[in-house]
Design a protein around this ligand. Sequence first.
Ligand SMILES: [Ca+2]
Ligand SMILES: [Ca+2]
Length: 261
Amino acid sequence: MVGRTLSVAAVVLFAGSVNAAIVDTLDFSQGWGDLDTRTGGSSTLSSERPRNGNGSLRMAYDSAIAGTSQAKASVIGGLGIGVPFGRVGDLVDGGSLTYDWYRDGSSTTVAYQFVQIKLHVANATGAPALLVWEGVYNGIANATTDAWVDDQETVDGNWWIRSGGTNFDVAGGFQSLNWFLQGNTVMNGGSTSLVLDFDTVILGIELGVGSGLSGTFIGYADDVTLAFGNGVSFNYNFEIPAPGAIALALLAGVAGVRRRR
Ligand SMILES: [Ca+2]
Ligand SMILES: [Ca+2]
């Protein structure tokens, strides 16, 4: 119920606005931070494959360290605890969710793997679920390597849902966002997926790779754009801090140390 109240406030606050942000730290101070990167995996801001500036989000793992069932890198972005970006319905209705991705050719994991995108959502009762878009379920059997793929569109594709601790990535479970909003559910064993509705809101955007895959992976993502059909949009450009900013931060740190003495 709290989530629903906040959603109304947020829609009013951001109506018709374009919210573009540079993300050059993953400590959540700019909304983005580590969610579930595990031992043997890493999620960092990197200058190795810059995009729209001096950097991008680098995600990597090595299942020899992580273990195949654990190999994972994952970050999440949001507006704050319980503050929604907007309604999934307004995303489906003329909106778009895009990002740029890059798979390094040195990766040894299965050829369809690249950084994937997920939406953390809550239905009208506040119950949470995860909606997952993966290239392999959207006609990408072999990921492009050593080149950026620009503005990967996802909204019109196939998604699957995770709720109540169960992945519903089973036959019949790969559906449009609109199909889920209509209240349709998926069965997996004795579990049924959460019922979503047209008041379902987006609370977070996750970028990640893994788990469950063996081998090594190095990839990048950038230029995440969440645009609703009502004109509200959010854009995130992953960058590394400019040298001046690093120097200032170090000076501030030194000053802080001195003050504490
Ligand atoms: Ca960038
Ligand atoms: Ca782009």
